[in-house]
Design a protein around this ligand. Structure first.
Ligand SMILES: [Zn+2]
Length: 265
């Protein structure tokens, strides 16, 4: 090859390589850009999902019961009402009566089935309390505070002490119609065969012990062997399996929906 031909060949090679290089750069830039846009879209979707999921979890009274809060028709089963989270002002419930006690109509058949299953084992479950209106809860709280004032406590302290045994209006789970108190609201209920049966079988009917021993710091309520809460069979089964109280379980569900395993977090 002549030197001039070699020069041309070198130039052609150089130009080809440069063109390929530019093409590669352009291609990778486009790929990076689409990837970044994809991620951004995904993040946006996750954020939206998170907002939807967390609506019933956070103490957002206005969204807790509104049908627009989430499309999940089973959300009502996990409604959270506790010391921090107040029931929605617009909350309404359809009630049915069983054993002279009112409960949310949607839990009636499972509750009835649980009572009958216990009965078949020779165990009696009697309902001491079910749904309570906000007004009734306010009256119960005021009665407890009044009693403390009559013992010589100042008004602030009287309410603080009352709060340890009676929830303030808007903060009792009984206002949802999903909670029941059984067999006379007695500490000694924990020592009965009926309680032991419930520990083994309540979940089969969608009920959980709402304020278990050892979870007091999370629920904010001392151990109440008589107070059961309806969460639906599937949630009850998982809560039992994972040993989670309602507050923990709601957080767990929220994490699950964000595709993050709680065990990894
Ligand atoms: Zn109760």
């Amino acid at each position: 090859m002549k030197p001039s031909s070699l020069k041309i060949a070198k130039r052609i090679l150089f130009l080809s390589l440069t063109t390929i290089g530019i093409a590669c750069l352009l291609f990778s830039s486009i790929a990076a850009l689409s990837w970044a846009l994809g991620i951004q879209q995904e993040v946006k979707q996750n954020t939206e999902r998170e907002t939807t999921v967390q609506a019933p979890v956070q103490s957002s009274p206005s969204s807790m019961h509104s049908s627009s809060a989430s499309d999940d028709s089973e959300d009502w089963q996990l409604v959270l009402v506790n010391g921090q989270t107040k029931i929605s002002d617009s909350f309404s419930v359809e009630l049915e009566t069983i054993q002279g006690v009112q409960v949310d109509a949607r839990i009636l058949s499972d509750l009835q089935a649980m009572i009958e299953a216990a009965e078949a084992k020779g165990l009696t479950l009697t309902l001491s309390s079910g749904y309570r209106s906000k007004e009734r809860q306010a009256m119960l709280f005021e009665n407890a505070a009044q009693e403390n004032r009559s013992l010589g406590m100042n008004p602030v302290m009287a309410e603080e002490v009352a709060e340890q045994s009676v929830a303030r209006a808007g903060h009792s789970e009984h206002e949802t119609g999903l909670a029941i108190d059984l067999n006379g609201v007695l500490e000694t209920f924990a020592d009965t065969e009926a309680y032991r049966w419930l520990q083994r079988h309540a979940y089969e009917y969608g009920f959980v012990l709402r304020y278990p021993e050892g979870k007091e710091e999370i629920t904010g309520i001392r151990f109440e062997p008589w107070h059961f809460r309806y969460v639906g069979k599937e949630h009850a089964r998982k809560m039992r399996l994972l040993n989670l109280c309602l507050e923990e379980y709601i957080s767990y569900c929220s994490l699950q929906k964000q595709h993050v395993s709680p065990l990894e977090s």
